[in-house]
Design a protein around this ligand. Structure first.
Ligand code: ME8
Length: 515
C-alpha cells in the first residue's frame, strides 16, 4: 500500500520558522510512522517561489527574485536537514519540470473551455496572493494579514470555478462518492461546505502585471496565477505528466497537510482544477490549527519569531521535533511559548522518559554488571504497555492526532514508572536478587516498546537509547516487524545477557525563562 503526504510549499519571502517546522515535522512523523507500518511512502515538501509577494520582497532586499529564491530555498533545505526531515523530494516551483507541467495543466483547462478572458477589478491582498470580495474583509482589512488590500484592474484569464460548486459539495459531503474528499477537522469542513452552498465565483488564473511567474502557454504576455502554479506542485512533484509510472503509483495524495489559512485553496480551488483537467482529487485535506506565540501573532516586528535553530539549540533535534508537534492539540488553534515548551520537555522527557531509562540502567549497572539480567523472560509489563499503545497510540497516529498519540505514550511511561515505585527495586537488591533480575528485565522490555513507538517522533534518540537498553537488531526493522504482527519476541527485545550501556544524562533538566 502507498501513502503520499505533502506539506505546503513555503513562500521564500520569509525564512523558516516554527510555523513551517510544525507542519513539516508533523508530515515527517506521519511519513515515518506509515513506513514503519509497511506503507510505500512518498513525502513531498518544497518552496513556492513565484508571484508578486516574492518579487516585492526581492526588490526590498535589493536582490533579483532569482537570487532571493535561491538563497531562501537553500535555507529551508538546511532547516529540514537540521530537523532530520526525511522528504523524498524538495520541489521548487522554479524547477524546470514543474514549469512545463504547470503550463501543461493550464493548457488542458484552456482546451476544455474552462478558461476565458475577462477584465476584472477587485481588491487584492499581496500577503495572501488572492482577491477578496468586500464581504470577506474585516473592517476593510484582510482577515489574515490585517492589511488593506489594493484595488487591481486587469484583463486576465479566468477559470470557471462557478461551474464546480455542486460537484465539489457532493464530493465533500458524500462519503460514498467514489472521489470523496475528506476534510479534517470537522468544524473547518463545515465552514467550507457553508461557503460552497453559497455558490462559487470564477477566479482569475493569470496576471498581466507580474513578470516573476510562469508564462501562460497560450498568451506569453501573462503569467500563471501563483496559487495555480503552487498547487500544481502536488502532482509535478511526483512526475506529472512525464513520469506516468511514478505519478500513477502515488496519486491521489493521501493527505495534504497545512494550516487553516490556506484550506480554501486546497479543498476548493485545487480539487476544481483537477476535476476540470480530468485528474483524480486528493483523498484528505487536513488543516491543523494556527498558533500564536505568548498570545501574539508571530511577526518579525514583534521579534517573537522562533527559528528551528533556536529550538534545536535549546532542546536538541529530537526533543525539538517532539515538543513542537505535541505542545498544542493538533487541529484547533493554540498558543506556544518558550516556557510551555520547557515545561513539557521537563515533564515528558526529563522526568517521565529520562527517569525510567536512568533508573533501569542504574539498577543493572549496580547489580548486574551492566548486563540484562539472566531470568525467565517476564513480559507482563511489556504486554500491558503494548495494550495502552495499541488501543490509544496507533489509532491517534492514523487519525493524525499527534498530541493524543504523545499522551498515550506518556500514559504508558507513567504506568511503567508507577510499577517501578510499586516494586521498589532498590530495596530488592538486598533481599531478593531473583525478583530484582525479573523487574529490571521487564522494565527494559517495556522501555523498548516505548522506543519503537517514539521512533517516528525522535528517530535518532530512539535509535541511540535502543542500543543503550541492549535491544537486539536494528530498531526500524524490529519496529516494522512488531507493527506487522504486534508480537513481542519471546525473549524480549533486550534478551538476557545483552550488554547495556551507561546512559549518561539523556535529558538534562532545563530552567524556565529566556529562549
Ligand atoms: O501559504 N501556526 O506559504 P506560507 C501553524 N506558499 N502553522 C503555521 C504557522 C503558524 N503560526 N505559520 C505558518 C503559503 N504555518 C503558500 C502555500 S501550498 C500549494 C502554497 C505553516 O509560507 C502552515 O502549514 O505562508 C501554513 O499553512 C503554512 O505554514 C503557510 O506557509
Amino acid at each position: 500500500m502507498k501513502f503520499y503526504i505533502t506539506t505546503p510549499i513555503y513562500y521564500v519571502n520569509d525564512i523558516p520558522h516554527i510555523g513551517h517546522s510544525y507542519t513539516t515535522i508533523a508530515a515527517d512523523i506521519m511519513a515515518r510512522w506509515k513506513k514503519l507500518n509497511g506503507f510505500d511512502v512518498f513525502f513531498l515538501t518544497g518552496t513556492d517561489e513565484h508571484g508578486a509577494k516574492i518579487a516585492a520582497a526581492a526588490k526590498e532586499k535589493g536582490k533579483t527574485p532569482q537570487e532571493l529564491v535561491d538563497e531562501t530555498s537553500a535555507q529551508f533545505k538546511e532547516a529540514w536537514k537540521l530537523l532530520n526531515i526525511s522528504y523524498d523530494r524538495f520541489i521548487r516551483t522554479t524547477d524546470a519540470d514543474h514549469i512545463s507541467a504547470t503550463q501543461n495543466i493550464i493548457d488542458i483547462l484552456f482546451q476544455k473551455g474552462l478558461i476565458f478572458k475577462k477584465t476584472y477589478e477587485a481588491l487584492y491582498c499581496v500577503g495572501c496572493e488572492r482577491f477578496y470580495p468586500e464581504k470577506d474583509l474585516i473592517d476593510g482589512l484582510c482577515p489574515f494579514h490585517k492589511t488593506k488590500p489594493v484595488l487591481q484592474s486587469e484583463e486576465n484569464y479566468f477559470f470557471k470555478l462557478s461551474s464546480f460548486s455542486d460537484a465539489l459539495h457532493d464530493m465533500i459531503t458524500n462519503p460514498a462518492h467514489k472521489e470523496h474528499i475528506e476534510i479534517q477537522p470537522e468544524e473547518r469542513r463545515n465552514e467550507i461546505i457553508g461557503k460552497l452552498k453559497l455558490g462559487l465565483e470564477d477566479v482569475s488564473f493569470s496576471r498581466a502585471a507580474i513578470d516573476w511567474g510562469i508564462p501562460v502557454p497560450f498568451d506569453k504576455k501573462q503569467t500563471v496565477y501563483v496559487w495555480v502554479d503552487a498547487l500544481t506542485n502536488y502532482i509535478t512533484g511526483i512526475g506529472y505528466p512525464k513520469d506516468e509510472q511514478l505519478f500513477k503509483k502515488y496519486w491521489p495524495a493521501d493527505v495534504h497537510l497545512m494550516a487553516k489559512d490556506i484550506l480554501w485553496f486546497h479543498s476548493v480551488i485545487w480539487p476544481a482544477m483537477l476535476l476540470g483537467a480530468g485528474i483524480p482529487v486528493p483523498k484528505k485535506v487536513y488543516s491543523h490549527g494556527f498558533f500564536t506565540i505568548n498570545g501574539e501573532k508571530m511577526s518579525k516586528s514583534l521579534g517573537n519569531v522562533i527559528s528551528p535553530q533556536e529550538l534545536v539549540d535549546k532542546f536538541g533535534v529530537d526533543a525539538a521535533r517532539y515538543l513542537t508537534v505535541t505542545l498544542i492539540a493538533f487541529g484547533p488553534d493554540g498558543d506556544i511559548s518558550w516556557d510551555a515548551l520547557t515545561n513539557k520537555y521537563n515533564v515528558d522527557l526529563a522526568n517521565n522518559l529520562g527517569n525510567l531509562i536512568s533508573r533501569a540502567l542504574k539498577l543493572a549497572e549496580k547489580n548486574f554488571d551492566l548486563k540484562v539480567p539472566n531470568v525467565k523472560p517476564d513480559l507482563e509489563l511489556a504486554e500491558k504497555t503494548a495494550k495502552i499503545l495499541n488501543e490509544d497510540f496507533a489509532p491517534a497516529m492514523d487519525g493524525l492526532y499527534l498530541h493524543k498519540a504523545a499522551e498515550a505514550l506518556q500514559r504508558a511511561l507513567t504506568e511503567i514508572n508507577r510499577r517501578i515505585e510499586f516494586d521498589a527495586p532498590w530495596k530488592l537488591a538486598k533481599t531478593d536478587l531473583q525478583k530484582l533480575s525479573s523487574c529490571i528485565f521487564s522494565y527494559l522490555q517495556a522501555t523498548d516498546l516505548i522506543l519503537i513507538h517514539l521512533l517516528a517522533f525522535m528517530p535518532a534518540l530512539a535509535e541511540k537509547i535502543w542500543t543503550i537498553t541492549g535491544a537486539s537488531g536494528n530498531i526500524s526493522e524490529t519496529a516494522k516487524k512488531y507493527f506487522a504482527d504486534k508480537t513481542i519476541p519471546q525473549n524480549g527485545f533486550s534478551p538476557s545477557g545483552a550488554q547495556l550501556q551507561s546512559p549518561g544524562v539523556l535529558f538534562p533538566r532545563i530552567q524556565n525563562g529566556g529562549k
